[in-house]
Design a protein around this ligand. Structure first.
Ligand code: PMP
Length: 412
């Protein structure tokens, strides 16, 4: 995602604490995007640091096929308590993309093994699900993956049910399901917020309607909560806000508090049972060397304990409230449009002439202008967003909004 021929030198980070990254000379940079949406409680949270240190001295990694260990068992128990009770099983991998690959393979395998093979997947226009080939296939056919298009499997992309096109989105889905619902294996979506598309938001009600339509046709629901999971939208998981129960959920990023890489694919008993046969050819064939890595499990378990023992939701509510006020402050400006927020996420679009979207020249300029004030934001084209770690204070949020104002003025 970095064009080295155009970018200035990388910034060398020496250490991190709370909401800050520190350069070797001691300069602090406020991490207003949680280091690509992964850090939840804050950098180097002492409880996660000591859990990983303790685990590292005992067991770092062991094959997870036919073997298990306490950190994995204890993490799973905690995860099952926090997530929808319909999800009784979990498959661990090592990133958001692999969690998605696993979900897609489970969905396709489910239909195969239950005797009704289905060959298509539905996704939302503009979606992003990762950069492996299955994930790219379901993602938007845009600048990120255009080059690889001939190698991607066919996916039917339908409009996102944003308020301006909700009816079109719902009727497109309805027609599609009426025509070929029995050949559609799954519907994959980022619930409520499409992150990489530029923080595109849609309502819980429209997601609920789409989910019900798919379920009526036996189309499995794959919720990609890689970005939205672990509090970003104000609820622990975005699907909770829509009151839907997907068949499969992909988690990553915030699961370890952002401390170590880990992916998790949750599934229902029905899906598990489709592969649970005396016939070895029906095995869920997916090996990933570091599945259930003991250090990642220990980090995730410690992170979930922070959710259990500290009032993380109060921190999230403070960010939510502060963002809500910021929306009022920005929405009166005529050089800005679509000022929006959802839980801990705040976003706006800067009015721009010329190239639109990800390749808008405004993005890199805004990035530099903000960074010169020691704040890390990474605009997506002309969309600026704030997605902070939950330890951030109201004063720090204020400094981010002020920096956005001055940076827009400078760049425009
Ligand atoms: N799904 C979503 C919604 C994402 O935002 C991302 C990463 N930004 C991914 C999947 C892929 O995750 P990873 O980069 O860990 O492979």
């Amino acid at each position: 995602m970095t064009q080295h021929a155009l970018m200035s030198a990388e910034i060398h980070i020496d250490r991190a604490q709370g909401a800050y990254l520190y350069k070797k000379d001691g300069t602090a940079i406020l991490d207003a995007i949680s280091s690509w949406w992964v850090i939840t409680h804050g950098h180097c949270h002492p409880k996660i640091v000591s859990a990983v240190q303790e685990q590292a001295a005992k067991l770092e990694q062991v094959i997870f096929a036919g073997f298990t260990h306490d950190p994995a068992e204890e993490l799973t128990e905690k995860l099952m308590k926090l997530t929808n009770p319909a999800h009784e099983f979990v498959f661990y991998s090592d990133s958001g993309s692999t969690a998605i690959e696993v979900a897609l393979k489970m969905a396709i395998g489910y239909h195969e093994h239950t005797g009704k093979p289905r060959h298509k997947v539905i996704a939302l226009e503009g979606g992003y699900h990762g950069d492996t080939f299955g994930a790219m296939s379901t993602g938007a056919r845009g600048v990120f993956n255009k080059l690889y298009e001939p190698f991607l499997f066919e996916t039917v992309h339908i409009p996102v049910p944003t308020p301006d096109q909700e009816e079109t989105a719902l009727s497109t889905l309805e027609d599609l399901l009426a025509r070929e619902g029995d050949n559609i294996a799954a519907f994959i979506f980022e619930p409520l917020v499409q992150g990489a598309a530029g923080m595109v938001m849609y309502s819980p009600e429209s997601l609920q309607k789409m989910a019900a339509m798919c379920q009526a046709h036996g189309v499995l629901l794959i919720a990609d909560e890689v970005m939205t999971g672990f509090g970003r939208t104000g609820a622990l998981f975005a699907c909770e806000k829509a009151g839907i129960t997907p068949d499969l959920v992909a988690l990553s990023k915030g699961i370890t508090g952002g401390f170590l890489p880990m992916g998790a694919t949750l599934c229902t008993r029905d899906i598990y049972m489709a592969f649970y046969k005396k016939d070895r050819t029906k095995t869920f064939f997916h090996s990933t060397s570091f599945t259930g890595n003991a250090l990642a499990c220990a980090a995730a378990k410690a992170s979930l304990e922070i959710w259990e023992n500290e009032d993380v939701m109060a921190r999230i509510a403070m960010i939510d409230e502060t963002h809500k006020k910021a929306v009022q402050r920005f929405e009166t400006r005529d050089d800005i449009s679509a000022v929006r927020h959802q839980g801990t996420l705040f976003a706006l679009d800067v009015q721009v002439d010329g190239t639109q979207g990800y390749l808008s020249q405004l993005g890199p300029k805004l990035y530099e202008a903000v960074l010169s004030q020691n704040i890390l934001l990474r605009p997506i084209g002309n969309t600026i967003y704030v997605l902070p770690p939950y330890c951030i204070t109201a004063d720090e949020l204020e400094s981010i909004y002020a920096c956005i104002e001055s940076s827009i003025a400078r760049v425009l």
